[in-house]
Design a protein around this ligand. Structure first.
Ligand code: NAP
Length: 315
Protein backbone atom coordinates (compact mmCIF):
# COMPACT_ATOMS: atom_id res chain seq x y z
CA UNK A 1 0.00 0.00 0.00
CA UNK A 2 1.49 3.32 -1.12
CA UNK A 3 0.52 6.88 -0.42
CA UNK A 4 1.41 7.99 -3.93
CA UNK A 5 2.81 6.29 -7.01
CA UNK A 6 4.41 8.21 -9.88
CA UNK A 7 4.33 6.48 -13.26
CA UNK A 8 7.17 7.53 -15.53
CA UNK A 9 10.61 9.05 -15.10
CA UNK A 10 10.84 11.87 -17.61
CA UNK A 11 11.22 15.48 -16.40
CA UNK A 12 7.55 15.57 -15.30
CA UNK A 13 7.62 12.40 -13.19
CA UNK A 14 11.00 13.15 -11.65
CA UNK A 15 10.06 16.72 -10.76
CA UNK A 16 6.85 15.43 -9.16
CA UNK A 17 8.96 12.90 -7.23
CA UNK A 18 11.37 15.61 -5.99
CA UNK A 19 8.50 17.73 -4.68
CA UNK A 20 6.61 14.78 -3.14
CA UNK A 21 9.73 13.41 -1.49
CA UNK A 22 10.62 16.81 -0.03
CA UNK A 23 7.08 16.95 1.39
CA UNK A 24 7.77 13.60 3.11
CA UNK A 25 5.29 11.68 0.95
CA UNK A 26 7.81 8.90 0.13
CA UNK A 27 6.65 8.42 -3.47
CA UNK A 28 7.13 5.13 -5.26
CA UNK A 29 8.33 5.92 -8.78
CA UNK A 30 7.86 3.29 -11.45
CA UNK A 31 10.33 3.34 -14.31
CA UNK A 32 9.21 1.89 -17.60
CA UNK A 33 11.05 0.71 -20.68
CA UNK A 34 12.74 4.03 -21.40
CA UNK A 35 13.97 5.35 -18.03
CA UNK A 36 14.48 9.09 -18.21
CA UNK A 37 12.08 9.45 -21.13
CA UNK A 38 12.61 11.19 -24.45
CA UNK A 39 15.55 13.29 -23.22
CA UNK A 40 17.69 10.20 -22.91
CA UNK A 41 17.60 9.83 -26.70
CA UNK A 42 18.63 13.41 -27.39
CA UNK A 43 22.17 14.69 -27.25
CA UNK A 44 22.85 18.17 -25.92
CA UNK A 45 20.07 20.13 -24.22
CA UNK A 46 20.76 23.83 -24.60
CA UNK A 47 17.46 25.34 -23.54
CA UNK A 48 16.95 23.97 -20.02
CA UNK A 49 17.48 26.99 -17.74
CA UNK A 50 20.40 26.80 -15.35
CA UNK A 51 22.89 25.21 -17.74
CA UNK A 52 24.55 28.07 -19.64
CA UNK A 53 26.89 25.68 -21.46
CA UNK A 54 24.17 23.10 -22.14
CA UNK A 55 23.93 19.63 -20.67
CA UNK A 56 23.61 16.19 -22.24
CA UNK A 57 20.04 14.85 -22.06
CA UNK A 58 20.94 11.61 -20.23
CA UNK A 59 23.02 13.55 -17.69
CA UNK A 60 20.19 15.97 -16.99
CA UNK A 61 17.82 13.08 -16.33
CA UNK A 62 20.38 11.30 -14.19
CA UNK A 63 20.75 14.46 -12.08
CA UNK A 64 16.98 14.78 -11.65
CA UNK A 65 16.77 11.17 -10.58
CA UNK A 66 19.55 11.57 -8.00
CA UNK A 67 17.79 14.66 -6.66
CA UNK A 68 14.54 12.69 -6.26
CA UNK A 69 16.38 9.81 -4.55
CA UNK A 70 18.20 12.16 -2.20
CA UNK A 71 14.91 13.14 -0.57
CA UNK A 72 13.58 9.60 -0.25
CA UNK A 73 11.82 8.65 -3.50
CA UNK A 74 11.85 4.91 -4.07
CA UNK A 75 12.42 3.69 -7.65
CA UNK A 76 11.28 0.37 -9.06
CA UNK A 77 11.55 -0.97 -12.59
CA UNK A 78 8.32 -2.34 -14.06
CA UNK A 79 5.73 -2.04 -16.81
CA UNK A 80 2.19 -1.12 -15.82
CA UNK A 81 -0.16 -3.33 -17.76
CA UNK A 82 -3.43 -2.50 -16.03
CA UNK A 83 -4.95 -0.02 -13.62
CA UNK A 84 -8.19 -0.07 -11.66
CA UNK A 85 -9.25 3.48 -10.89
CA UNK A 86 -12.85 2.56 -10.07
CA UNK A 87 -12.15 1.85 -6.40
CA UNK A 88 -10.00 3.39 -3.69
CA UNK A 89 -7.22 2.67 -3.08
CA UNK A 90 -6.37 2.46 -6.76
CA UNK A 91 -4.79 -0.79 -7.98
CA UNK A 92 -1.92 -1.02 -10.44
CA UNK A 93 -0.84 -4.27 -12.03
CA UNK A 94 2.85 -4.05 -12.81
CA UNK A 95 4.88 -6.63 -14.74
CA UNK A 96 7.66 -7.81 -12.48
CA UNK A 97 6.19 -6.18 -9.35
CA UNK A 98 2.69 -7.61 -9.07
CA UNK A 99 -0.22 -5.59 -7.65
CA UNK A 100 0.36 -2.22 -6.03
CA UNK A 101 -2.32 -0.29 -4.14
CA UNK A 102 -2.07 3.47 -3.83
CA UNK A 103 -4.08 6.34 -2.40
CA UNK A 104 -3.00 8.73 -5.15
CA UNK A 105 -1.55 8.35 -8.62
CA UNK A 106 0.50 10.69 -10.79
CA UNK A 107 0.61 9.74 -14.44
CA UNK A 108 3.65 11.05 -16.33
CA UNK A 109 4.08 8.33 -18.92
CA UNK A 110 4.82 10.82 -21.68
CA UNK A 111 4.24 10.58 -25.40
CA UNK A 112 6.30 8.92 -28.06
CA UNK A 113 7.06 10.54 -31.37
CA UNK A 114 5.75 8.41 -34.19
CA UNK A 115 8.45 7.11 -36.48
CA UNK A 116 8.27 6.22 -40.16
CA UNK A 117 9.48 2.66 -39.45
CA UNK A 118 11.68 2.59 -42.55
CA UNK A 119 15.20 1.16 -42.94
CA UNK A 120 17.98 3.42 -41.68
CA UNK A 121 15.70 5.54 -39.49
CA UNK A 122 16.11 4.23 -35.95
CA UNK A 123 19.85 3.67 -36.14
CA UNK A 124 20.39 7.27 -37.28
CA UNK A 125 18.46 9.00 -34.52
CA UNK A 126 20.96 11.51 -33.15
CA UNK A 127 23.04 11.15 -36.37
CA UNK A 128 20.80 13.33 -38.54
CA UNK A 129 17.37 11.88 -37.82
CA UNK A 130 15.41 13.84 -35.23
CA UNK A 131 11.85 14.11 -33.96
CA UNK A 132 12.27 17.49 -32.29
CA UNK A 133 13.11 20.68 -34.18
CA UNK A 134 13.23 22.81 -31.04
CA UNK A 135 15.79 20.43 -29.54
CA UNK A 136 18.02 19.78 -32.53
CA UNK A 137 17.43 22.53 -35.14
CA UNK A 138 20.38 24.55 -33.93
CA UNK A 139 22.78 21.77 -34.92
CA UNK A 140 21.79 22.20 -38.59
CA UNK A 141 23.01 25.74 -39.08
CA UNK A 142 23.84 26.29 -42.77
CA UNK A 143 22.72 22.78 -43.77
CA UNK A 144 19.97 21.18 -45.85
CA UNK A 145 17.04 19.66 -44.00
CA UNK A 146 14.03 17.52 -44.84
CA UNK A 147 10.87 17.62 -42.75
CA UNK A 148 8.51 14.67 -43.18
CA UNK A 149 4.78 15.20 -42.57
CA UNK A 150 1.87 17.31 -43.73
CA UNK A 151 0.28 18.37 -40.44
CA UNK A 152 0.62 21.48 -38.26
CA UNK A 153 3.72 20.07 -36.54
CA UNK A 154 5.49 19.59 -39.87
CA UNK A 155 4.61 23.12 -41.02
CA UNK A 156 5.67 24.61 -37.70
CA UNK A 157 8.94 22.68 -37.67
CA UNK A 158 9.67 23.53 -41.31
CA UNK A 159 9.17 27.24 -40.64
CA UNK A 160 11.22 27.10 -37.46
CA UNK A 161 14.06 25.23 -39.16
CA UNK A 162 14.43 27.87 -41.90
CA UNK A 163 16.08 29.99 -39.19
CA UNK A 164 19.04 27.61 -39.32
CA UNK A 165 18.98 25.71 -42.60
CA UNK A 166 19.83 26.90 -46.09
CA UNK A 167 16.89 24.89 -47.47
CA UNK A 168 14.04 22.99 -45.87
CA UNK A 169 12.21 20.45 -48.02
CA UNK A 170 8.84 19.18 -46.85
CA UNK A 171 8.16 15.58 -47.88
CA UNK A 172 4.51 14.53 -47.58
CA UNK A 173 2.82 11.33 -48.70
CA UNK A 174 -0.26 13.02 -50.22
CA UNK A 175 -0.91 15.99 -52.51
CA UNK A 176 -3.04 17.75 -49.89
CA UNK A 177 -1.63 18.93 -46.61
CA UNK A 178 -3.44 18.10 -43.40
CA UNK A 179 -2.24 21.30 -41.68
CA UNK A 180 -4.56 24.22 -40.94
CA UNK A 181 -4.88 26.88 -43.67
CA UNK A 182 -2.92 29.48 -41.75
CA UNK A 183 0.00 27.14 -41.07
CA UNK A 184 0.01 26.01 -44.72
CA UNK A 185 0.06 29.60 -45.96
CA UNK A 186 2.90 30.53 -43.66
CA UNK A 187 4.98 27.61 -44.94
CA UNK A 188 4.05 28.20 -48.59
CA UNK A 189 5.06 31.85 -48.33
CA UNK A 190 8.44 30.98 -46.86
CA UNK A 191 10.97 31.20 -49.73
CA UNK A 192 13.36 28.76 -48.03
CA UNK A 193 10.78 25.92 -48.06
CA UNK A 194 10.53 23.56 -51.03
CA UNK A 195 8.06 20.71 -51.49
CA UNK A 196 8.02 17.04 -52.43
CA UNK A 197 4.34 16.15 -52.27
CA UNK A 198 2.83 12.76 -53.03
CA UNK A 199 6.12 11.18 -51.98
CA UNK A 200 6.48 8.32 -49.50
CA UNK A 201 9.77 8.01 -47.64
CA UNK A 202 11.21 4.52 -48.11
CA UNK A 203 14.76 4.62 -46.70
CA UNK A 204 17.12 6.85 -44.76
CA UNK A 205 20.52 6.94 -46.45
CA UNK A 206 23.54 7.53 -44.22
CA UNK A 207 27.31 7.39 -44.34
CA UNK A 208 29.96 7.31 -41.65
CA UNK A 209 29.23 10.85 -40.52
CA UNK A 210 25.46 10.46 -40.46
CA UNK A 211 22.49 11.13 -42.74
CA UNK A 212 23.15 12.04 -46.37
CA UNK A 213 19.78 11.51 -48.00
CA UNK A 214 16.20 10.27 -47.95
CA UNK A 215 14.99 7.82 -50.56
CA UNK A 216 11.39 8.55 -51.54
CA UNK A 217 8.88 6.95 -53.88
CA UNK A 218 6.68 9.13 -56.04
CA UNK A 219 3.18 7.77 -55.49
CA UNK A 220 2.00 8.77 -58.95
CA UNK A 221 4.83 7.38 -61.05
CA UNK A 222 6.21 4.78 -58.63
CA UNK A 223 9.69 6.13 -59.32
CA UNK A 224 12.22 6.28 -56.52
CA UNK A 225 14.84 8.97 -56.00
CA UNK A 226 17.26 10.00 -53.28
CA UNK A 227 16.81 13.54 -51.96
CA UNK A 228 20.12 14.79 -50.62
CA UNK A 229 20.00 16.17 -47.10
CA UNK A 230 21.99 16.59 -43.89
CA UNK A 231 19.07 16.06 -41.56
CA UNK A 232 15.60 14.50 -41.49
CA UNK A 233 13.00 15.75 -39.03
CA UNK A 234 10.16 13.29 -38.68
CA UNK A 235 7.04 15.27 -37.75
CA UNK A 236 4.22 12.80 -38.26
CA UNK A 237 2.62 13.18 -34.84
CA UNK A 238 2.99 11.83 -31.34
CA UNK A 239 1.27 9.02 -29.51
CA UNK A 240 0.48 9.63 -25.82
CA UNK A 241 1.32 6.61 -23.69
CA UNK A 242 -2.13 6.06 -22.28
CA UNK A 243 -3.18 2.68 -23.70
CA UNK A 244 -2.80 1.03 -20.26
CA UNK A 245 -5.62 3.23 -18.92
CA UNK A 246 -8.15 1.43 -21.12
CA UNK A 247 -10.41 4.46 -21.24
CA UNK A 248 -10.77 4.90 -17.47
CA UNK A 249 -9.71 8.55 -17.58
CA UNK A 250 -11.07 11.36 -19.74
CA UNK A 251 -8.83 11.87 -22.78
CA UNK A 252 -9.14 13.76 -26.04
CA UNK A 253 -9.66 11.96 -29.39
CA UNK A 254 -5.97 11.17 -29.76
CA UNK A 255 -5.60 9.83 -26.19
CA UNK A 256 -4.05 12.80 -24.35
CA UNK A 257 -5.31 12.97 -20.75
CA UNK A 258 -7.52 15.99 -20.11
CA UNK A 259 -6.64 17.98 -16.99
CA UNK A 260 -8.70 20.77 -15.43
CA UNK A 261 -7.23 24.04 -16.76
CA UNK A 262 -4.53 25.46 -14.51
CA UNK A 263 -4.19 22.20 -12.53
CA UNK A 264 -2.89 18.65 -12.91
CA UNK A 265 -6.24 17.17 -11.83
CA UNK A 266 -7.90 14.58 -14.04
CA UNK A 267 -11.62 13.74 -13.92
CA UNK A 268 -10.92 11.22 -11.12
CA UNK A 269 -10.00 12.84 -7.77
CA UNK A 270 -6.66 11.51 -6.59
CA UNK A 271 -5.37 10.88 -10.12
CA UNK A 272 -3.12 13.56 -11.59
CA UNK A 273 -1.39 13.90 -14.93
CA UNK A 274 1.67 15.90 -15.96
CA UNK A 275 4.12 16.19 -18.82
CA UNK A 276 3.59 15.18 -22.42
CA UNK A 277 0.87 12.65 -21.58
CA UNK A 278 -1.44 15.68 -21.13
CA UNK A 279 0.31 18.22 -23.38
CA UNK A 280 0.44 18.00 -27.15
CA UNK A 281 1.19 21.67 -27.54
CA UNK A 282 4.43 22.66 -25.78
CA UNK A 283 6.16 19.29 -25.23
CA UNK A 284 9.30 20.81 -23.68
CA UNK A 285 11.39 19.44 -20.81
CA UNK A 286 10.87 22.65 -18.87
CA UNK A 287 7.08 22.72 -19.33
CA UNK A 288 6.93 19.03 -18.39
CA UNK A 289 8.97 19.71 -15.25
CA UNK A 290 6.69 22.64 -14.37
CA UNK A 291 3.58 20.51 -14.72
CA UNK A 292 5.26 17.80 -12.59
CA UNK A 293 5.62 20.34 -9.81
CA UNK A 294 1.92 21.26 -10.20
CA UNK A 295 0.93 17.58 -9.99
CA UNK A 296 2.92 17.08 -6.78
CA UNK A 297 1.41 20.15 -5.13
CA UNK A 298 -2.13 19.23 -6.23
CA UNK A 299 -1.55 15.68 -4.97
CA UNK A 300 -0.21 16.88 -1.63
CA UNK A 301 -3.31 19.02 -1.13
CA UNK A 302 -5.54 16.11 -2.12
CA UNK A 303 -3.88 13.72 0.36
CA UNK A 304 -4.06 16.31 3.14
CA UNK A 305 -7.79 16.65 2.43
CA UNK A 306 -8.18 12.87 2.55
CA UNK A 307 -6.40 12.70 5.92
CA UNK A 308 -8.83 15.26 7.39
CA UNK A 309 -11.71 13.31 5.88
CA UNK A 310 -10.55 9.93 7.31
CA UNK A 311 -9.92 11.40 10.73
CA UNK A 312 -13.43 12.87 10.98
CA UNK A 313 -14.92 9.50 9.94
CA UNK A 314 -13.36 7.81 12.94
CA UNK A 315 -15.03 10.20 15.39
P1 NAP B 1 -1.18 15.18 -37.42
O1 NAP B 1 -2.10 16.33 -37.53
O2 NAP B 1 -1.73 13.86 -37.05
O3 NAP B 1 -0.39 15.08 -38.79
C1 NAP B 1 0.49 14.03 -39.02
C2 NAP B 1 1.00 14.13 -40.45
O4 NAP B 1 1.96 13.11 -40.65
C3 NAP B 1 -0.09 13.93 -41.49
O5 NAP B 1 0.10 14.82 -42.56
C4 NAP B 1 0.09 12.48 -41.92
O6 NAP B 1 -0.21 12.25 -43.27
C5 NAP B 1 1.58 12.30 -41.76
N1 NAP B 1 1.87 10.90 -41.43
C6 NAP B 1 1.36 10.15 -40.41
N2 NAP B 1 1.90 8.91 -40.42
C7 NAP B 1 2.76 8.89 -41.46
C8 NAP B 1 3.62 7.90 -41.99
N3 NAP B 1 3.71 6.68 -41.44
N4 NAP B 1 4.35 8.19 -43.09
C9 NAP B 1 4.27 9.43 -43.66
N5 NAP B 1 3.49 10.42 -43.20
C10 NAP B 1 2.75 10.14 -42.12
O7 NAP B 1 -0.03 15.46 -36.31
P2 NAP B 1 0.67 16.84 -35.88
O8 NAP B 1 1.02 17.64 -37.06
O9 NAP B 1 1.74 16.47 -34.91
O10 NAP B 1 -0.46 17.60 -35.05
C11 NAP B 1 -1.07 16.98 -33.92
C12 NAP B 1 -2.07 17.96 -33.29
O11 NAP B 1 -1.39 19.07 -32.71
C13 NAP B 1 -3.04 18.53 -34.34
O12 NAP B 1 -4.29 18.70 -33.74
C14 NAP B 1 -2.44 19.88 -34.65
O13 NAP B 1 -3.39 20.82 -35.11
C15 NAP B 1 -1.85 20.29 -33.30
N6 NAP B 1 -0.72 21.18 -33.50
C16 NAP B 1 -0.98 22.52 -33.54
C17 NAP B 1 0.04 23.41 -33.75
C18 NAP B 1 -0.25 24.88 -33.80
O14 NAP B 1 -1.40 25.24 -33.97
N7 NAP B 1 0.72 25.74 -33.64
C19 NAP B 1 1.35 22.97 -33.95
C20 NAP B 1 1.59 21.60 -33.90
C21 NAP B 1 0.54 20.72 -33.69
P3 NAP B 1 -1.74 12.27 -43.79
O15 NAP B 1 -2.12 13.71 -43.82
O16 NAP B 1 -1.64 11.63 -45.14
O17 NAP B 1 -2.53 11.45 -42.81
Amino acid sequence: MQKVVVLGTGPAGLTAAIYLARANMKPLVIEGQEPGGQLTITTEVENFPGFPDGIMGPELMDNMRKQAERFGSEFKRGWVTKVDLSQRPFTLTVDGLGEIKTEALIISTGASAKLLEIPGEKENIGRGVSTCATCDGFFFRGKKIIVVGGGDSAMEEANFLTKFATEVRVVHRRNELRASKIMQERAKNNPKITWSLNCTPVEVIAGEKGVTGLKVRNNETGQEEVLETDGIFVAIGHRPNTAFLEGQLETDDVGYIIVKPGTAETNIPGVFACGDVQDHKYRQAITAAGSGCMAALDCERYLEGQAVHDWSKTL
